[in-house]
Write a protein that binds this ligand. Sequence first.
Ligand code: BTN
Length: 253
Amino acid sequence: QLMIRKSDYFSTIYVDHEVTSTQKVAHEKLLDNSEPFIVISEVQTAGRGRFNRVWDSQGKKGLWMSLVFNPHIPFAKIATFNLFISLAIAETMRDYGVNATVKWPNDIYINDRKVCGFLTEISGDSAGVHHIICGIGINLNHMPADFPEELQTTATSIALERGRTVNRYAFFEALYQQIERSYNQFMTLEFSDIKEEYKAYSNIWGRTLRYTEGKKQIFGEAVDIKDDGRLIVRDEAGNTHQFISADIEMQVD
Ligand code: BTN
């Protein structure tokens, strides 16, 4: 039996050895009035990423989890949720001695390699949001050989960066406590209150990158983040564009 310190916010923590996807399990467990809960699994046989990509999580090297929150907020407030959560994840990693930075809107990098991605889904109705289902994938103890060929030069793990493996459950506890704090901030503050801190954690300034959102694709340099969480990017011709949730290609410098 695993010992997990009780969370203040999440009423239940479901710990699995193997699931298809913690995100799928979280959706299945979700009822109209569900209290907040977490699903965590050692292995996912069908992990998924943003834009319907496959999320490689077959080995027992990572932290694969989905957190379900039950805020009652208007849809407009959701836009900045990812930015508060990004800081929680990056801060937890920094406590482990690695230089984690955030890539707007929902990735965490170390030394220009991706160590974590997450996706945020919502359930609600015309009255607003009922639940946020946030699926977080973190490469904890991967060694280079654990990554598939195509990720060899773009992915990393906390263990690789700090030269020492990480205790999964200690990291998990530290993380969800940090996430509880960030979530409280999300509920009580505005993004403008943490914007300068967020910008200081961000790794996209001062570089020309490729930004894709739907059919739109530009090369440009991020210049600021608006109080509503939108990213402002200046293209090579000097025109500015605003993105709500772009896919940013890091390695085009
Ligand atoms: C991305 O960078 O594209 C987001 C990846 C999100 C992966 C996590 S792992 C736990 C949860 N379950 C899933 O199937 N996906 C998310």
